[in-house]
Design a protein around this ligand. Structure first.
Ligand code: ARG
Ligand code: ZN
Length: 481
């Protein structure tokens, strides 16, 4: 009512009520200590992230005292800048209890709202564009819970209890928004960042994480601290962290990086998994060779897989794909490896655009099959049959349930094939390689791909992509004219 509206007005403006009423009747309202922040405005997840916030780097110091449980403690130091003045900061966080928040080294009051999944505080002065600040968050306790959009599992920090011979383990499985279950983050792919990840584990355990291992040093009670540097920006969900009894297999580096740079090769196999599990990973170098020929140089300085034992989907965690024992096939490995370009290097502007990850990664399965002498037309016909059996929709998703559906993967891949058949393979290769570099420094949208297709390949390719992107019905099977 009116009284409420007046109170809100007073709160917002800090105005003192000046009416004819006696002064004593006017309640003195303390100024609001926490000014709220605006989320990024994702169409699928409207509450995620903070508009105008740009996290440059996450420096993490994590302690996994009891692997296999959901206990986690540590410190996250975020290096921030802003693209608009920010009087309040609001990080996504569903995780362990916050013990302290420091702004450039000075303690500040904060509010940890588990329901909203936000950690909010006001810096002493607003963060302005061009300024840099460092936020330190100390936390300890149990990680938060966030259900997967369509599978019966929780995304985020996974706890795998000890079973039989196998020790308890932990790893991250965070797409789309599970990183906030265990770290305070700007949890949106449009704000990729670099990471330094230090993980301290008990005796007998190994930690692995996205990026290059920088050091391994002794910790108290026979434990060890492993440090990894992910020097190229990645989306928060693509951060891999693993704690397990691992055997690390190093392979010779392969010169598929930018300018022919060597890409370090290492894979992590949990002790005690079936030996056949390793077979698929022997193809990693060949996959990197085939895909870098189509997509351009591999975007990171290391690559490999970390194998996990639960029956879950594989995930394209940066530099270190997360591969379940049950999905240890060359086809899945090709798919996750392709995501290193499409998803990890190129990032999404909005979750509704996720077909730009899944369609390209699925298309890589065809490129691989052809490199192995298989009949590509058969693969495409198989996709088309599958897409015809399932409900279809335009490529841009409108609901959470659609993010990882057949349309995102299969219709997305068919859309790229529809572009390919309008040109020759040399032109298609230049087109794929160009997409990676041309849009490399901003998050991608379907509109960007349409515009890029028109400029690079012309009207026919553009019209084909547009039909596949926008038609409510499934367009006809793409074929060479
Ligand atoms: N991006 C992952 C992949 O295609 C799949 C994630 C699946 N998640 C899900 N909720 N269905 O490799
Ligand atoms: Zn995928």
């Amino acid at each position: 009512g009116t009284v409420g509206a007046l109170l809100v007005f007073a709160l917002l403006t800090g105005a003192q009520a000046r009416t004819g009423a006696p002064q004593t009747a006017v309640p003195t309202l303390p100024p609001p200590t926490i000014i709220t922040a605006q989320p990024i405005g994702d169409t699928i997840y409207p509450a995620l992230g903070q508009a105008g916030l740009d996290v440059l780097n996450y420096d993490l110091d994590l302690f996994v005292d009891r692997p296999g449980t959901s206990e986690l403690r540590g410190t996250a130091v975020l290096t921030l800048t802003a693209t608009q003045p920010l009087p309040a900061l609001s990080l996504d966080f569903l995780g362990p209890q916050v013990l302290e928040v420091l702004w450039n080294g000075l303690s500040v009051p904060y509010r940890q709202d588990q329901m909203a999944g936000k950690l909010t505080f006001n810096p002493p002065q607003p963060l302005l564009p061009g300024m840099r600040a460092e936020v330190t968050v100390r936390f300890a306790g149990r990680v938060g819970v966030r259900p997967d959009p369509d599978l019966p599992l929780d995304v985020g920090w996974q706890a795998v209890p000890a079973q039989g011979e196998r020790v308890g383990a932990n790893f991250t499985l965070s797409e789309p928004d599970g990183t906030r279950t265990f770290l305070p983050v700007n949890d949106h792919p449009s704000d990729p960042a670099t990471f330094t990840t230090r993980v301290t584990v008990p005796a007998g355990y190994t930690a692995a994480a996205s990026g290059m291992q920088q050091s391994e040093v002794a910790a108290p009670n026979g434990g060890r601290t492993f440090t990894f540097v992910q020097a190229e920006p990645i989306p928060t969900y693509a951060l891999a962290i693993h704690v397990n009894r691992f055997e690390r297999l190093d392979s010779p580096a392969i010169p598929v990086g930018v300018g022919g740079a060597a890409v370090i090769r290492r894979d992590y196999f949990p002790v005690g998994i079936p030996v056949e599990t390793r077979d698929a990973y022997a193809s990693t170098n060949e996959i990197l060779g085939v895909l870098s020929d189509w997509f351009g140089p591999f975007p990171f300085s290391a690559y490999g897989s970390a194998i996990v034992t639960p029956r879950i989907p594989a995930l394209e965690t940066a530099t270190l794909s997360t591969m379940p024992v049950t999905s240890s096939s060359v086809c899945v490995l090709v798919h996750e490896t392709a995501h290193q370009w499409f998803g990890d290097r190129l990032t999404l502007a909005d979750w509704s655009e996720v077909w730009l990850n899944e369609g390209f990664a699925t298309y890589a399965e065809l490129l691989w099959a052809q490199s192995q002498g298989e009949n590509g037309d058969e693969v495409v016909r198989g996709w088309y049959a599958r897409a015809s059996r399932t409900a279809t929709r335009p490529l841009i998703a409108t609901t959470e349930r659609q993010l990882f559906d057949t349309t995102a993967y299969i219709r997305g891949a068919l859309a790229l094939h529809a572009v390919r058949v309008t040109v020759n393979d040399a032109a298609f290769k230049t087109y794929l390689r160009g997409w990676v570099v041309e849009v490399a420094d901003r998050p991608v949208t379907t509109a960007d791909l349409l515009a890029y297709t028109r400029t690079r390949l012309g009207e026919r390719a553009w019209a084909a992509l547009r039909l596949w992107a926008e038609s409510p019905a499934l367009p006809p099977l793409p074929a060479k004219p």
